[in-house]
Design a protein around this ligand. Structure first.
Ligand code: ASP
Length: 437
């Protein structure tokens, strides 16, 4: 979408929201919790309208995308190449994370600081919303490796199409939409009215997305103000600064070196020009902290500003928003190894390999919502603990996550931006495999 003014107002909203959060809210006397008016306003202005569109958009974009690709063998090629791209880039990201955290050793703190952090961890963990979600995940046995697979399988083979839509489960809706799209594509002339219906509905929904995008600057302002107001920029310094720095340097390496090289080679595109073209999606990801909520914006921007084909984007973006999470994968590796370091537990090379594999899986299983990566991290910790138990080493307590809870939102915003950038790069590369006629 054009509207050059919109980009500038979003940038202004990011800056003003940060200033307002730091100078007025954080500095003020009142504690800023999840019910603060800025957060509520951000939810109503931007997050809820975007979320409202996610499931219908997945349905109509995937069905119309699959129908437009048509030929099943071409579809297989696009699908196979997309899944390969997702897994390969996530594996690269996680390897970067594991390497950096091992080299930098951000958790190698002096005894007193480490004791302070571990001492406070339990209190910070107990009663936090993350703890509640982690306990819930544990109950479903999703914290184990087998549980992680089952979690993914349950979503891939749903029992009720409409049930999953009303529950808002993106992966299941993608599966249903894929089946419907393939059946319609094979349906010949008889299915043409239905194909036209899906395509026309998709275009209509995109018009609504355009309206919601106009609200982005206001929503971004409130969400930035709330985040910075509740965390305070000063907390990014201190004992966790090196941890945050390690995650950020990994994310920057992946986003500004690895993905651009891949895009340049396989997409024959100037990566930095493309990055500028899709910046509205990246800024929305940063402020909303959710790749799913950003999905409608990513879909619009990749096609209208980034020159991706509808055929590719309609399929690659909805799937990528739920499955492809390079930033989350990288973060899961850094955060887990960091926590083990703080607790003084030495990891072997074999343990690191377990981290690499399970962090990729945990990232695939993480929903595109705020804090999801923090919850699926228990899979990685659980797998490493099992390996440690085999050697008779004391496991890492789950409450260790409390150490990074306080500043996770800011780290999350950065990894979400990289998640969405990875999706956008995928759509551009797949445009070469499935160009619009
Ligand atoms: N917030 C991330 C996303 O929506 C997921 C996570 O890493 O927590 O992409």
């Amino acid at each position: 979408m054009k509207h050059g003014w919109l980009n500038w107002t979003i940038i202004a909203a990011l800056v003003l929201g940060t200033l307002f959060g730091e100078l007025v809210l954080y500095a003020g006397a009142e504690a800023i919790g999840p019910d603060h008016w800025t957060r509520v306003a951000g939810e109503y202005v931007l997050i809820r309208p975007l979320k409202m569109l996610i499931i219908p958009l997945i349905l109509f974009s995937v069905v119309s995308g699959v129908c437009s690709i048509g030929d099943p063998s071409r579809l297989g090629l696009v699908g196979g190449a997309t899944v390969f791209y997702y897994l390969a880039t996530m594996a690269i990201a996680v390897t970067i994370g594991a390497t950096l955290v091992t080299l930098i050793q951000p958790g190698d703190l002096d005894a007193e600081t480490a004791a302070n952090l571990t001492g406070q961890a339990e209190a910070q963990y107990q009663g936090s919303s993350a703890a509640t979600r982690i306990e819930a995940a544990n109950e479903g046995d999703k914290d184990s490796l087998g549980g992680a697979w089952k979690n993914i399988l349950d979503q891939l083979i749903p029992t009720s199409a409409f049930g999953e839509m009303s529950k808002g489960n993106p992966l299941s809706v993608i599966v249903v939409s894929l089946l419907l799209g393939i059946a319609l594509a094979m349906g010949g002339d008889k299915a043409k009215p239905a194909r036209d219906f899906f395509t026309s509905m998709f275009d209509t929904l995109m018009r609504i997305v355009g309206w919601v995008i106009m609200l982005t600057p206001i929503g971004v302002f409130f969400l930035m103000a709330w985040t910075v107001g509740s965390i305070g920029l000063a907390n990014l310094t201190g004992p966790l600064a090196l941890y945050v720095g390690t995650v950020l340097s990994g994310l920057l390496t992946h986003a500004l070196i690895v993905l651009p090289i891949i895009l340049f080679i396989f997409g024959r595109t100037n990566p930095f020009q493309y990055l500028v073209q899709v910046r509205r999606a990246l800024m929305t990801a940063f402020a909303t902290d959710s790749s799913s909520a950003t999905m409608p914006v990513t879909l619009t921007e990749t096609v209208e500003s980034g020159g991706c084909s509808k055929k590719a984007s309609n399929f690659v973006i909805p799937l990528g928003a739920t499955v492809n999470m390079d930033g989350t994968a990288l973060y899961e590796a850094v955060a887990t190894v960091f926590l083990f370091q703080v607790f003084g537990i030495d990891l072997s090379m074999g343990d690191l390999v377990i981290v690499v594999i399970t962090a990729t899986l945990a990232a695939v299983g993480a929903a595109g919502i705020p804090g999801a990566g923090l919850v699926t991290m228990v899979i990685v910790i659980g797998a490493v603990n099992t390996s440690l138990a085999g050697r008779g080493v004391e496991p890492l307590p789950l409450y260790a996550i409390g150490i990074i809870l306080g500043i996770d939102r800011i780290v999350d915003m950065c990894r979400t931006t990289v998640n969405v950038w990875g999706d956008a790069v995928g759509a551009k590369i797949m445009t070469r495999v499935a160009p619009d006629e």
